[in-house]
Design a binder for this molecule. Structure first.
Ligand SMILES: Nc1ncnc2c1ncn2[C@@H]1O[C@H](COP(=O)(O)OP(=O)(O)OP(=O)(O)O)[C@@H](O)[C@H]1O
Ligand SMILES: [Mg+2]
Length: 308
């Protein structure tokens, strides 16, 4: 394979599992930018080394490389399946394709322990977090803390499987947490009495484009868990932290969850590298798909100096 033998067109491959509202909106927005869209499941793709010019197998591309790939959803699968699908995304980057988000960023965000580590390493505020496999050792660490602890699935999403552990209450058996405990200090949020809230800030290309406050009577404030979203101001501090958190994990765009503690300080709870935006769009009226498509188009634009 030589780079000369590989052709490239103006196609953006949107990798997803079904043509849902997000995929339809994004596809239309990309087409408005003059780009061709191919919707594919990563399950249908693979490698054809020694066969296709670039060694990749993406049905519908006739051996050419796409200009960009947008990863909306990676389906659940075995360790082997996920490794192979991420491998394809790594390979696309190696071929010079713009991959949004890149496999490295997705890996870092899917694993909440790596996200927390990178956020703290970048000097950003985040709650104290312990991750480990040994129940006794983890129990001893949280028993030393006077406040509640939040136990989260390492690969969790949409608030599913999250539990609050009272001080000195016993941790569940390892089998109940996939063998890994992710334990985080519970943060009392600054919210009206009887309510809990956190912030979702959507970052694209180094800028915060939309923010909402999610409020609930329950402490888990995911929209999927019944919380309501209201537009939030693009608060300077919240936006700066969200942009830096997105950079810390190497993502091009992200949905960043922030919690404002009782002292009014924002802390990063997590960074989503494949965030949904329907709830955010409904709350703020901001057309997120168009912003994403604009960013893809701008990233692909040949600088005037090179074009001449
Ligand atoms: N340390 C914490 N202190 C207080 N509340 C928390 C804490 N961690 C999580 N929460 C609450 O639980 C919700 C879900 O937590 P988190 O965002 O970490 O996980 P999630 O299930 O992955 O959601 P996502 O769909 O964003 O990936 C938060 O939005 C927040 O309301
Ligand atoms: Mg979240």
């Amino acid at each position: 394979m030589t780079s000369d033998s590989v052709t490239r067109d103006d196609t953006v491959v949107v990798f997803t599992e079904d043509a849902d509202w997000h995929t339809r909106n994004l596809s239309l927005a990309l087409e408005r930018e003059g780009l061709r869209v191919l919707v594919r499941s990563l399950n249908d793709c693979g490698f054809a080394i020694g066969e296709t010019p670039h060694g990749l197998l993406i049905p519908g591309l006739d051996g050419a490389l796409p200009a960009a790939a947008f990863i909306r959803i990676i389906a659940k699968g075995s360790t082997e399946q996920i490794t192979a699908r991420l491998g394809l995304l790594h390979a696309l980057r190696e071929c010079g394709v713009k991959v949004m988000n890149d496999a490295r960023a997705i890996e870092r965000c899917v694993d909440k322990s790596m996200t927390s580590f990178l956020i703290a390493k970048a000097g950003l505020p985040t709650p104290r977090t312990f991750v480990g496999e040994r129940r006794e050792a983890m129990q001893a660490l949280i028993d030393a803390a006077p406040m509640d602890t939040v136990l989260k699935p390492l690969f969790g999403a949409q608030g599913k499987g999250i539990k609050r552990i009272a001080p000195r209450a016993p941790l569940p058996e390892p089998a109940a947490v996939g063998g890994v405990y992710y334990l985080q200090e519970f943060v009392e949020s600054a919210s009206p009495a009887g309510h809990y809230q956190d912030w979702r800030v959507f970052v694209i290309g180094g800028r915060a484009v939309a923010a909402m406050i999610r409020q609930s009577e329950r402490w888990i404030t995911n929209i999927h868990q019944g919380a309501t979203g209201a537009p939030a101001p693009l608060d300077r501090e919240a936006c700066e932290i969200a942009v830096r958190a997105t950079e810390a994990v190497g993502a091009d765009y992200a949905g960043v969850d922030l919690i404002e503690n009782a002292r009014g300080e924002f802390m990063v709870l997590e960074v989503n590298s494949m965030p949904a935006w329907k709830g955010l769009q409904r709350a703020t009226g901001i057309d997120v798909a168009s912003r994403l498509a604009r960013h893809v188009a701008e990233s692909l634009a040949v600088p005037a100096a090179e074009a001449g």
